[in-house]
Write a protein that binds this ligand. Structure first.
Ligand SMILES: C[S@@+](CC[C@H](N)C(=O)[O-])C[C@H]1O[C@@H](n2cnc3c(N)ncnc32)[C@H](O)[C@@H]1O
Length: 543
């Protein structure tokens, strides 16, 4: 064993990945334990390259290894599965399915992510079962996303019944439901303008509402007013500017409000129905009478209504609406309009979301990764940064699927070259698949460790969403990675370069800025990315 460890250390130092026998490959999973993060990544990489030889011991490690080993083994099994024959694939899928019930939540989460990537419909039942028993929201949200990735009517029905218990899950649920929704030809609309002026509500990541207002006024000349964190309202008739503003996550039509003075369930049932009627009337006022049946979904939000009473109320409302509006059908998985009822203690409000209006702003995204930033939020972060004038070179050393670099490429500011790097082969494949033909930007994505990769030339801007240590890694690993990465800035950056870093590690990052002789901090902006509240650290590099 020690002989192989020495040879692996040697390969690691020399950055070589060849020269292993079948027997060595079989023993590789033993080295996923008790070693530094970078070495473990290296062993993981070797396992992926020697998939056939390692698979048997990896399957056994997923069942019997320590927590740390089980986490890595399940993750790696998901990665190598497709390269193997059908028999092996079935064995791997079964092992990962069993890991959904592992006592360790990180193993369960990795199992859900792997099953989502593998997209095998056989595991839908197990995912649904473990989701209903799962106590951790960050594991639940991965299970929800996995159901969305697998797709199909069975997943759609299960997702329909899920009641999000946190913002993180809510975001995952919206993403997953979007993935399973199938629109028939003819349903996607393009509304150039409302028949008359109308107030709309634009939603951004909380903390980015002022950035959203500034971008909207720049593009349309109309200035939205912030109504609460993450929401601003503006009156418009023409809708073309909406497609150019990149920082809204969604836009809704505020339809109406009712006081819920007695706070009773019956009071909400009555007010809700009146508002839903107004919602459907608003849809007709916008699109006129349709030749086909229009489909809607009712969404009740707010803590005041239990899951059970939500279901009962929706059932009751749908029966009533069917009688009044035969041209509309309740179709919670495939719909053209969402009727969103927001219930607060003493008030109910209805928003109409025109889900049939195609949002093509981020169509370049054909591939996703679990920790990806929402692209409208990335557009907001880019606006918080201080882009340099001229054809600057921009670097993201932890680029994931490249969202921030795509956001920078579309920011309207001149740019020379954009370079992304990520240690995950999956993330780099996703970024490369997302290569955006609509921008002529010079983008390149490299697989490598941000702490050791060699990069050509120097950069004028660095913008990055650093590892959070939540899905993978940990705070201790972040301390290592962040220190090493900051130490590399003099090698990468030009004097005066702008630095924009998004991270949950507030204290660590403040400390790094204050200790560095090269960094000055100009602002820290707090945003909410769906359950997480990272800071956006904006500063400058001085040589
Ligand atoms: C918070 S995510 C960034 C997500 C990205 N902004 C996106 O939207 O896809 C952090 C990324 O850092 C990568 N990562 C973690 N450690 C790394 C390292 N040492 N070198 C390079 N990338 C690393 C992870 O694979 C992950 O994709």
């Amino acid at each position: 064993m020690s002989d192989l460890r020495e040879r692996l250390q040697d390969l690691y130092k020399k950055k070589r990945v060849v020269g292993l026998s079948a027997e060595d490959a079989e023993r590789l999973p033993d080295y996923l334990e008790n070693s530094g993060l970078k070495f473990r990544f290296f062993v993981g990489d070797l396992i992926r390259r020697n998939a056939k030889g390692s698979v048997e011991s990896l399957i056994s490690a997923a069942a019997t290894g320590s927590e740390e080993v089980r986490r890595s083994a399940v993750h790696l099994l998901g990665k190598i599965c497709r390269e193997l024959n059908d028999k092996r694939q079935a064995e791997i899928a079964e092992t990962i399915e069993t890991s959904l019930k592992d006592p360790d939540p990180k193993v369960r989460r990795n199992a859900a992510i792997a099953l989502g990537d593998l997209k095998g419909p056989k595991v839908i039942g197990s995912l649904a079962e473990t989701l209903s028993a799962e106590p951790f929201e960050w594991v639940r949200s991965s299970m929800i996303l996995a159901l969305g990735q697998i797709g199909g009517p069975k997943s759609a029905t299960i997702l329909e019944r899920v009641n999000a218990k946190s913002d993180l899950e809510d975001e995952a649920l919206t993403k997953a439901r979007d993935r399973v929704a199938v629109f028939e030809v003819g349903e996607s609309k393009r509304l150039d303008a409302f028949p008359e002026e109308r107030e709309i509500e634009l939603r951004s990541a909380p903390g980015l509402e002022d950035i959203l207002c500034a971008e909207f006024v720049e593009i349309s000349g109309r200035e939205p007013k912030v109504v609460q964190t993450g929401s601003a309202r503006v009156t418009v008739q023409e809708l073309d500017s909406l497609g150019q503003v990149r920082t809204w996550r969604e836009w809704l039509i505020p339809v109406g409000e009712r006081d819920l003075a007695d706070r009773s369930e019956a009071g909400f049932a009555h007010a809700g129905l009146e508002l839903l009627v107004e919602g459907l009337e608003t849809f007709v006022a916008i699109y006129g009478k349709q030749e086909h049946v229009s489909r809607y979904r009712i969404e009740v939000r707010g803590r005041e209504t239990s899951h059970e009473s939500r279901r009962k109320l929706i059932k009751h409302w749908v029966v009533d609406l069917e009688g009044r509006y035969p041209d509309f059908a309740n179709s919670p998985s495939h719909y053209e309009a969402e009727l969103r009822l927001q219930r607060a203690k003493t008030k109910a409000s209805l928003y109409l979301k025109l889900t049939c209006e195609a949002d093509t702003r981020f169509d370049y995204r054909v591939a996703d990764v679990p920790a990806a930033m929402q692209p409208a939020t990335a557009a907001g972060v880019v606006r918080l940064a201080c882009p340099q004038k001229g054809a600057s070179r921009v670097l993201d050393p932890f680029c994931g699927r490249g969202t921030l670099l795509f956001g920078r490429a579309h920011s309207g500011m001149p740019v020379g070259e954009l370079v992304g790097c990520d240690v995950s082969g999956n993330a780099i494949s996703a970024a490369q698949a997302n290569r955006d033909p609509s921008t002529r930007a010079n983008l390149s994505f490299l697989r490598g460790d941000g702490c050791s990769i060699r990069l050509e030339g120097r950069f004028d801007e660095l913008i990055s969403n650093l590892p959070y240590g939540i899905r993978t890694g940990s705070h201790d690993k972040n301390v290592d990675v962040y220190h090493t990465f900051i130490d590399r800035l003099p090698e990468w950056m030009n004097d005066g370069a702008s630095i924009t870093l998004v991270t949950q590690e507030m204290d660590l990052m403040k400390d790094l800025f204050s200790r560095s002789n090269h960094l000055s901090l100009s602002k820290v902006h707090r945003i909410d990315t769906g359950g997480l509240q990272p800071g956006v650290f904006v500063g400058m590099f001085r040589n």
